[in-house]
Write a new protein. Structure first.
Length: 165
C-alpha cells in the first residue's frame, strides 16, 4: 500500500477548508472572575473569544463538590457567561470546553476561582419558610429568582434540590 501526501495547490481554499472541518479554537485566554455584584458572592463570570459560534461546557470542582454548566450557541462567551452553583469560601478548579459541529476543544490550562465567604451578618440573609415541600415537582439544581419578589411578601414557589456531593 502506498500513501501519497496531497499538497494544496491553492493555499487560501485549503485554509478555508481546514477551518471548516476542524474543531473550534480559543481566540483569547478564558478569564474567570468573581461576580462583581457583592449580593451574589457565589457566582463568577467566564469570558473568552472563540473562533466562531460555539457550545460552551464549564466543569468546576472542589473537594466534595462538582458542577457542570452548558451554554448553547446563542450565548456569546465574549459577553460573559454566568458561573453558578459554587459554595462559599472554596477554591474551585474550572475547565472550559467548546464545541461545534466539527469537534470539541478543551482549554489546555484549568482556571481557578476562590469564592468569598458568606457575610457574617444574619440580618442580611432572608428568612425562608417552607410551606409546601414537593421535590418531585422541582427541577434538579438551583432556582434563581428575583429578590424583589422574595421580599415583597408575594407568594413564590422556590425550590432547590441538593446535587450529589
Amino acid at each position: 500500500m502506498t500513501v501519497t501526501k496531497l499538497s494544496c495547490l491553492i493555499p487560501f481554499y485549503c485554509f478555508l477548508a481546514s477551518s471548516l472541518w476542524s474543531a473550534p479554537v480559543f481566540r483569547s485566554t478564558p478569564e474567570l472572575l468573581s461576580n462583581p455584584n457583592p449580593a451574589a458572592p457565589l457566582a463568577g463570570v467566564l469570558s473568552f473569544k472563540a473562533s466562531g459560534t460555539v457550545h460552551t461546557k464549564i466543569i468546576g470542582s472542589t473537594e466534595g463538590h462538582r458542577f457542570e454548566i452548558e451554554y448553547g450557541p446563542e450565548k456569546n462567551p465574549i459577553n460573559g457567561l454566568p458561573v453558578v452553583g459554587m459554595r462559599a469560601d472554596k477554591r474551585y478548579t474550572v475547565t472550559v470546553h467548546i464545541s461545534d459541529a466539527s469537534g470539541q476543544t478543551t482549554f489546555d490550562q484549568p482556571l481557578s476561582l476562590t469564592t468569598r465567604p458568606l457575610p457574617n451578618r444574619p440580618d442580611l440573609m432572608p428568612r425562608i419558610k417552607i410551606e409546601r415541600y414537593t421535590p418531585e415537582a422541582m427541577a434538579k439544581g438551583f432556582t434563581l429568582t428575583d429578590r424583589k419578589l422574595l421580599f415583597s411578601g408575594a407568594a413564590a414557589e422556590v425550590g432547590v434540590i441538593k446535587e450529589e456531593g
